[in-house]
Design a protein around this ligand. Structure first.
Ligand SMILES: [Fe+2]
Length: 294
């Protein structure tokens, strides 16, 4: 990470799109020096009871990009989300752009390929994505230099994306009063999550941090933007000198009490395929529900 020049003079314009059904925040990030933009963590809508997929949330982002006359260069997934479906291919088909995720997606594909009993036609090499990022990899959005930091712990493939003075933290961190995400999914690890959070909090104090989720703890309004300084001082799980041991103990006890996310089964099947819905033998979109596997 130290090889990567952080440029706090560069202030990309960040437009947030909140999805109330899954408490996810998706972003359109615009390069200040051109009309290039990136999408971070898009959402595809699903009505599980009906097995119906729709695109209202993605359409709002597409409308914004078109209205502003932006050209979409990247569709970034901070990780394989377990609580919402990605709309990456839907957006790519309409606006172009490359779909990127962390290279450790291969671990996630291997684990969940087994759980969903996917056949040999399901590739476990990340080839469904256009780009697999390694720790410290850089890329550009227009003239803006961006880079990815590998932040495992919540999942093995989690990455934080830094674009100018803005960092998109995925589920590595929540707002200061929300703390951190669970670390008990397959391949998750509370100690690793703590170490990853420390790396993120070693970015400059003034770095803007954008969350992937917010649940408005204590009834406060939904929020998604904070700073490294605020997280360091106030994060209820990792701020103000909380030790690794304290964090691991707390996180492990808390995770043991959490239910699985409502959309974990459809989300993983779709998101490990870069947002494509799997198909049955006849080519119809079809989701599985493995019994007693999670
Ligand atoms: Fe997540």
């Amino acid at each position: 990470m130290s090889d990567n020049p952080v440029n706090m003079e560069l202030h990309p314009q960040v437009e947030a799109f909140f999805d109330a059904a899954t408490n996810t925040i998706s972003y359109v990030v615009k390069d200040p020096g051109s009309n290039a933009c990136a999408v971070v963590d898009s959402v595809m809508d699903i009505d599980m009871a009906a097995g119906r997929i729709t695109y209202d949330h993605a359409d709002a982002m597409i409308a914004h990009i078109e209205h502003e006359g932006l050209s979409l260069e990247w569709i970034i997934e901070t990780h394989v989300h377990a609580d919402h479906l990605s709309a990456a291919p839907y957006i790519q088909e309409r606006l172009g752009g490359k779909i990127g995720i962390g290279e450790k997606i291969m671990i996630v594909q291997d684990v969940f390929g087994k759980i969903f009993n996917e056949g040999t036609e399901f590739q476990r090499d990340g080839s469904q994505f256009d780009r697999l990022f390694k720790d410290g990899d850089s890329y550009t959005v227009g003239s803006m230099q961006c880079f990815a930091i590998h932040t495992p712990g919540h999942t093995p493939a989690c990455m934080v994306h830094v674009m100018g003075d803005a960092a998109f933290v995925g589920d590595t961190l929540f707002m200061p009063d929300g703390g951190s995400a669970r670390a008990d999914f397959p391949g998750g690890d509370a100690g690793e999550l703590y170490d990853s959070i420390r790396r993120v909090l070693s970015l400059p104090d003034a770095m803007r941090l954008f969350m992937c989720h917010d649940y408005g703890p204590g009834g406060r309004d939904i929020a998604w933007e904070t700073t490294v300084a605020e997280e360091k001082a106030n994060n209820i799980h990792v701020g103000d000198g909380k030790t690794r041991e304290e964090f691991v103990r707390f996180r492990t006890e808390r995770d043991a009490q959490l239910n699985m996310p409502r959309l974990i089964l459809p989300s993983l099947q779709v998101n490990m395929r870069a947002g494509e819905v799997p198909r049955d033998r006849d080519g119809n979109p079809m989701l599985k529900l493995p019994v007693n596997r999670l």
